[in-house]
Design a protein around this ligand. Structure first.
Ligand code: GAL
Length: 848
């Protein structure tokens, strides 16, 4: 391409100006769309849950969402954070909902407030505070007076708060929608008639709060008017609302999936995600929300499940740390622009469906006033097809949608990625422990042993085995079950010597068994089955023997009918079995002594301030039940920080007194079923695309920058099983300086290059465009360039059979020394290295 042409293209480079949100608007709806201030809108939304990041991160997350083309930020409201004790509220720090909503408004975006107050969300107990469970006569999520009274009180409290701050759109604020309940329709049949009347009540209660904006219920086909029933899922193009007066809305488009301890890491290819979104708008949708746009982190003990990991990355367009994930973020940004180019036609009319052929679908939005936008879909999973539409030919790759804002030119195809790939890089550094000669043998660490068994004054004794959640009220993950029993010298069990077995059955989620003070074994459930059954070989001695069973939860159940009744803990039986002689002593109904929580929790070791820290004797390693503490300097720079807990077993960690969550690097995912290059064609499901098989489900744990000082930070760990804290290292994550793009000669022109109005310029052919991620960088070198049939992916591109000899020099000339560059992907630019063959251009460049 001649440099003049490049210049022209650069001049055409126009950013679609986002329609600024005009507040003080009435929000209504009709069968085509949500109507804001009298205007029907196509709205792109994304979920960011405020407690899964920090207030310091919020502005950046919201700005990156806006830059990615979102109009709306959606969040749940987390009751158990805001009302940890009945009538005692907390809206500070990460829980500052008002601040979060105000930041959304300041960025010029709308908000969707999903109050629930049941939220599911892989959140502890589905978002309900534990005290709710202990209200006499209560039954959750059904026609039950005590429950309804509490649900109404909390919902009204949140609505009042928003009203007082004038945050509803009707008052000039950003909130255009609210949700009541959450996916109740998925489980309501289990509640029978009471479920039906509960939903009617919930609808009426919500409406009575008079927010001035519409309410939605998701996955609720019988949502009473005027509440809008909406769809959640990987695809919602086939969904229709329960009345022709309601718009077709998608409240949860799962951008990936959540991770469990013991599971592999799920990801969702962006070609499929974009396909799902385009299909939804093609078939009449007008509001679509990514769940999640930023997933974030389950700090503290907020994760539910059980067994949900601390990372809630979700393969979202913004990664756990808030960094842009490419090419996902960029490809969706392009998609949003393409959809917005169609907005005027989409909201003005109902579509028609001219026939294209099997597995193909054309949809046309044509208005009397001359607007015309079209979507062409190939929903076949195998073959690319060339179709004729309005007299022109279009190549439709399998499982893709092309978007034609003028019914003629393709500005976007879901399977053709124009945006660049940036490979994130990690820098590792060992923990910079503050030099202090008093640390345990120069290791930089001090420690305290957590006693095995009962050590607190509030322990109590009861006959039989107790259910855990009813005993601890989730004040702690931990519950000790302790028993001392006398084994007579003539007990037949002893004849077996070492062949005695301790048999323990637990409802979950994990347990550590100590006999006479020594750990004899551990057992864990999994996200698919929380229950634990263990048989540990043990050696008993005649006389007194002590059994100390430490049972623990890993986040409480958050989903399912009657989920609040799901129990945990060692409900038995607990038996001693002689393997040879058939003897069996059942300990289940003996007098057990119980202790909720750890001594160290009671003494607030997480703060690091106790006087008991031992820094004189040898640091215990690979021993169970140890508190560790060190002081460290923050890694230099401003990049996001994580701790790599490789070397540790399982526990919880605190930085400067703030819990960064449960760590469990020894829980390794299954060996098979992973692929790094999942075929995006065909229906996605949560276990279709997995990576990281056979490795720890999670070894990196986010430490928000704002929790760190440059030096003198305290790190406290509680290790349950055994680990070596001196192996811990810090990792910082940044977007690498290498960027890649791979564009075929059948790609559409980048959507950025189309005008923001409906006047679409003539198509000059596909281009590859590169831009350095940081404004102060320039493209310093071209590591790879090949026009022809290049192979591989970013970082490992190689030349194929056919490659233009001019590839490298053309790309170098166009790009090196510039912040960004644009190269025509055609024989005009490179000459034709192989006639009659479909060609592409792959480039990997470096920015410095
Ligand atoms: C939905 C639920 C969300 C979340 C999601 C899975 O069913 O509404 O809260 O749990 O599943 O991530």
């Amino acid at each position: 391409m001649a440099s003049k042409e490049i210049l022209l293209l650069v001049l055409c480079w126009g950013f679609v100006v986002l329609a600024t949100t005009s507040f003080g608007a009435n929000v209504t709806y009709d069968h085509r769309a949500v109507v804001i201030g009298g205007k029907r809108r196509v709205l792109i939304s994304g979920s960011i849950h405020y407690p899964r990041s920090t207030p310091e991160m919020w502005p950046d997350l919201i700005q990156k969402s806006k830059d990615g083309g979102l109009d709306v930020i959606e969040t749940y409201v987390f009751w158990n954070l805001h009302e940890p004790v009945r009538n005692q509220y907390n809206f500070e720090g990460r829980y500052d909902l008002v601040k979060f909503v105000k930041l959304v408004a300041e960025a010029g975006l709308y908000a969707h407030l999903r109050i629930g107050p049941y939220v599911c969300a892989e959140w502890n107990f589905g978002g309900f505070p534990l005290w709710l469970h202990f209200i006499p006569g209560i039954q959750f999520r059904t026609d039950n007076e005590p429950f309804k009274a509490e649900m109404q009180r909390f919902t009204a409290k949140i609505v009042d708060m928003m009203k007082q701050e004038k945050l509803y759109a009707s008052q000039g604020g950003p909130i255009i929608l609210s949700q009541i309940e959450n996916e109740y329709g998925n489980i309501d049949s289990a509640y029978g008639a009471a479920g039906k009347s509960y939903i009617k009540w919930a609808a009426g209660m919500a409406l009575s709060l008079d927010t001035g904006v519409p309410w939605v219920m998701c996955q609720q086909s019988d949502a009473p008017d005027p509440i809008i029933n909406t769809c959640n899922g990987f695809y919602c193009d086939q969904f229709t609302p329960n009345s022709n007066n309601k718009p077709k809305m998608w409240t949860e488009n799962w951008s990936g999936w959540f991770l469990s301890f013991g599971g592999a890491v799920p990801y969702r290819p962006v070609e499929d995600l974009a396909f799902a979104v385009a299909r939804f708008f093609q078939r009449g949708g007008t509001f679509q929300n990514y769940y999640m746009y930023h997933g974030g982190t389950n700090f503290d003990r907020t994760s539910g499940g059980p067994f949900i990991s601390t990372s809630y990355d979700y393969d979202a367009p913004l990664d756990e740390y808030g960094l842009i994930r490419q090419p996902k973020w960029g490809h969706l940004k392009d998609l949003h622009k393409a959809i917005k180019l169609c907005e005027a036609a989409l909201v003005a009319t109902d579509p028609t469906y001219p026939s294209l052929g099997p597995n193909l679908e054309a949809t046309v939005y044509k208005t009397g006033s001359g607007l015309c936008s079209a979507f062409l879909a190939n929903i076949g999973t195998n073959s690319d097809v060339t179709v004729k539409f309005n007299g022109n030919s279009y190549l439709l790759p399998a499982w893709s949608v092309s978007i034609l804002p003028d019914c003629k030119n393709v500005v976007f195809n879901t399977a053709k990625i124009n945006s660049v790939t940036l490979v994130p890089s990690f820098s590792r550094q060992s923990l910079q422990v503050a030099a202090d000669s008093s640390d345990a043998i120069g290791s930089g660490w001090s420690y305290i042993n957590e006693p095995v068994g009962i050590s607190k004054d509030d322990a109590f004794t009861k006959p039989g085995l107790l259910e855990q959640i009813n005993t601890t009220a989730d004040q702690s993950d931990y519950l000790w079950y302790s028993l001392s029993t006398n084994i007579k010298a003539d007990e037949p069990l002893l004849e077996d010597g070492s062949k005695t077995v301790l048999h323990v059955q637990s409802l979950g989620h994990a347990l550590h068994a100590f006999i006479n003070g020594k750990l004899v074994g551990s057992g864990y459930g999994s996200s698919s089955n929380a229950k634990v059954t263990v048989d540990f070989p043990i050696a008993l001695a005649p006389g007194k023997n002590t059994f100390d069973l430490l049972s623990l939860t890993v986040g409480l159940q958050n989903y399912g009918a009657f989920y609040e009744k799901t129990g945990a803990g060692i409900t038995g039986p607990v038996q001693l079995k002689g393997s040879g002689n058939g003897t069996n002593i059942d300990l289940s109904s003996q007098q057990w002594t119980y202790q909720t929580g750890l001594k160290g929790e009671e003494l607030n070791f997480p703060s690091g301030s106790s006087t008991q820290w031992d820094s004189k004797s040898t640091l215990p390693k690979l021993q169970p039940l140890v508190w560790y503490k060190t002081t460290f300097d923050a890694p230099a720079g401003s990049e996001p920080v994580a701790i790599d807990f490789t070397g540790m077993g399982k526990g919880e960690a605190w930085v400067n007194g703030q819990s960064i969550g449960r760590y469990w690097p020894t829980y390794v995912s299954q060996n098979g079923g992973c692929t790094d290059s999942c075929n995006y064609r065909g229906a996605y499901s949560s276990n279709k695309c997995l990576k990281n098989c056979g490795k720890p489900s999670q070894s990196l744990y986010h430490v928000p920058r704002s929790w760190l000082k440059s030096s003198g930070n305290t790190l406290v760990l509680f290790e349950e099983i055994g680990g070596d804290p001196t192996k811990i290292s810090f990792v910082t994550k940044q977007l690498g300086s290498s960027l890649c793009s791979h564009v075929t000669d059948s790609h559409p022109l980048p959507v950025d290059m189309w005008g923001s109005d409906s006047k679409i310029q003539r198509k000059p052919g596909p281009v590859l465009s590169l831009e350095c991620p940081n404004p102060n960088q320039v493209i310093s070198s071209i590591k790879f360039a090949s026009f022809g049939t290049p192979l591989g992916t970013c970082g490992s591109f190689s030349r194929g059979r056919c490659s233009s000899a001019r590839s490298l020099s053309v790309v170098r000339q166009a790009c090196v020394g510039s912040k960004s560059c644009i190269i025509g992907v055609s024989v005009n630019t490179f000459g034709d290295p192989c006639k009659g063959v479909m060609k592409s251009l792959a480039v990997e460049a470096s920015c410095t």
